[in-house]
Design a protein around this ligand. Structure first.
Ligand code: F6R
Length: 615
């Protein structure tokens, strides 16, 4: 979490920094700040603010009368980990002299012991953060006569944890020194300037000459030049990044918010993701997946990993691989898998699902899986993401940048791509016959259009949802492929509307949770005809008998289901394993409308950040 932006060599650096931070707010927004050099006095100035969801906006007004600026500028938008979201804990943090400023994304695990040593040496720490120790470590190295890059390199060598850093210092006011371990950093260059940011989207407006900094590498960015070295001080060549996104992709285009824009972009995102993947005769093609079919066929088990919505996509992928690939398949939450002794070895294919490709729980999970000899494929929306680079194979969704914190188009694009991958694995294993493969392929080819039909009903779904705007308790029920749909629906409602929502297998309610059902409780059930409909409806009757209000996601034209429930969110019918792609739309609209009716910011829900780079 947290967004970093830095620039050197421009005449209007503050404007660029603020625009950069605005585009990075999805990574955190509880506080923000900038550090710059006053052209008059030459001094380093720091401006910080903690304004919960509007920190960058407030920062903009605070620096409106800033003096003329010289040299490099760094900025930060924060999602608090160590230390409350207050002005004193906002970044940039400075050293004792006030001549070194640092912005940081990640966690310094050994900050306590480092702080103790620094305090013993007379340093004074002014915040509760883990970050501040780095400013003081660099201060000590500079006092010992090192240049800024060398001071950062030496300091970095004793840091534990995952981090991305950008540092400026009065000794070299034109330079920004950046360093990373695990957390992402993208560097940009133009003829006369140098830039750094936490993601590509923040930089593409300024330059398309972008570079990736590797793990445990340090770069010195100056106007028009970038030089990098590794932790041992050896020079390294930075890898040039292929840019596939444009600035227009990251604008609202007349929508009220990014979430509604992204809901409406789903047909396009799915179509782009599926483009060229299914060939005429129902065969699959995943160009970037360099693992040959024979190798794919050799695995004995497939383990899907992910967090949040990506975990729900993983659950669907698991079912498809098991059904079509006739292979033992599991899905696990990355942060749980990492600390469990599960039986993973060279016979296991791990499919890690992460739209950002940098979620630290998933990153560490794949590292652990590879350490145990498993093959790893990452499904990511970000080309060359950290996880993509650390995998044996990669499959990219082409959803474009997703700015709304709650995943919409990235999630449905993941679902579509996972179905292609499942089909690909099944074909490699020879476990799906031609006729069934063609049915699945045809279904996938119609997925974008069906999602388009669902999106066209967004207003209808939202009208239904607004009837429940004041509800306190919602149960989301489903069976088989309906369960991950229910889980995703509950997550969306929780994170956006702040409503208590629980997803449960419909058949399991009678084993305990049914005691919570009473008048006033809303039950949203996935009741499409492909997914154990009769059994689901029997479970629904049990809820109705105890006074629950029932809302059903049901097939178009299913009057029988409509007659048995209180409200219907109708979707176009498709194959059972493709239903999660289409059913995601009413789920998203349901949560969106209730969140808006309650006055919540749907793009920036409280306490959340889009990219979770801390454990
Ligand atoms: C929910 C949501 C999150 C993410 C999760 C994983 O709407 O967006 O639950 O799905 O944080 O993120 P990625 O996919 O980047 O690994």
């Amino acid at each position: 979490m947290c967004g970093i932006f830095g620039i050197t060599g421009t005449t209007e650096p503050l404007g660029a920094i603020l625009a950069g931070l605005e585009s990075l707010e999805y990574r955190g927004y509880d506080s923000a700040g900038v550090a710059f050099f006053d052209a008059g006095s030459g001094e380093l100035r720091v401006v910080r603010v903690a304004e919960l969801t509007h920190s960058v906006e407030k920062l903009r007004s605070m620096v409106a009368d800033a003096p003329a600026i010289t040299g490099a500028v760094i900025g930060h938008t924060r999602w608090a980990t160590h230390g409350a979201p207050t002005e004193r804990n906002a970044h940039p943090h400075v050293d004792c002299t006030g001549n070194v400023a640092i912005v940081h994304n990640g966690i310094i695990e050994n900050h306590r012991e480092l702080a103790e040593a620094l305090l013993a040496n007379g340093h004074v720490l002014a915040s509760d953060t883990d970050t501040e120790v780095i400013a003081h470590l660099v201060e000590a190295e500079l006092a010992g006569g090192q240049g800024l890059r060398e001071a950062v390199r030496r300091s970095m060598a004793i840091l534990r944890g995952d981090f991305a850093l950008a540092i400026v210092a009065l000794v070299e006011p034109d330079a920004i020194v950046v360093a990373r371990r695990t957390s992402p950093i993208v560097i940009g260059r133009t003829e006369n300037s140098g830039l750094v940011a936490s993601d590509i989207a923040a930089l593409v407006g300024a330059t398309r000459e972008l570079y990736l900094l590797g793990d445990d590498e340090i770069a010195e960015i100056r106007p028009g030049s970038v030089e990098a070295c590794d932790l041992a001080g050896n020079p390294v060549e930075l890898r040039r990044l292929e840019v596939t996104w444009s600035v227009a992709d990251a604008k609202k285009d007349g929508y009220d918010d990014f979430m509604s824009k992204e809901i409406h972009e789903q047909p396009h995102a799915i179509a782009q993701t599926l483009l060229g993947r299914i060939t005429g005769d129902g065969e699959t093609e995943i160009e970037e997946l360099t693992i040959p079919p024979a190798k794919l066929a050799s695995y004995r088990r497939v383990l899907f990993l992910g967090c949040g919505s990506s975990y729900h996509a993983a659950l669907v992928g698991r079912q498809s691989v098991e059904t079509w690939g006739k292979i033992h398949a599991d899905a696990d939450i990355s942060s749980e898998f990492r600390y469990r002794l599960s039986v993973v070895g060279p016979e296991t294919l791990v499919v890690a699902v992460s739209q950002s490709g940098e979620t630290v729980d998933s990153l560490h999970a794949i590292r652990e899986a590879r350490r145990r000899g498993a093959g790893v494929i990452t499904v990511s929306n970000v080309v060359d993401s950290v996880m993509a680079r650390e995998s044996d194979g990669v499959c990219y969704t082409h959803a474009g940048p997703e700015i709304g914190v709650a995943s919409t188009k990235c999630h449905t694009a993941q679902l579509a791509l996972l179905q292609v991958l499942a089909l690909h694995i099944a074909r490699a294993r020879g476990t799906i016959d031609e006729a069934e493969a063609r049915v699945v392929a045809d279904g996938l080819e119609s997925a974008a259009a069906l999602v388009g039909q669902a999106v066209a009903r967004a207003a209808t779904y939202m009208d239904v949802a607004r009837r429940f705007a004041t509800v306190d308790d919602v149960y989301f029920l489903g069976r088989r492929s309906g369960l991950p749909i229910a889980m995703e629906g509950a997550l969306k409602l929780k994170e956006l509307a702040y409503v208590r929502a629980e997803a449960y297998p419909a058949g399991e309610m009678k084993h305990g949770p049914i005691s919570l059902i009473k008048p006033g409780v809303v039950v949203l059930v996935v009741a499409t005809r492909t997914g154990l409909w009769e059994k689901v409806m029997a479970n629904v009757e049990e809820m109705r008998a105890r006074g629950a209000t029932i809302v059903a996601i049901a097939d178009d034209g299913d009057d029988e289901t409509a007659g048995l429930v209180d409200a219907v969110l109708a979707i176009p019918s498709t194959l059972e394993l493709l239903t999660p792609i289409v059913a995601a739309v009413p789920n998203q609209c349901f949560a969106y409308a209730i969140a808006r009716a309650r006055g919540n910011d749907v793009d920036r829900p409280r306490n959340l950040a889009k990219v979770v780079t801390v454990e």
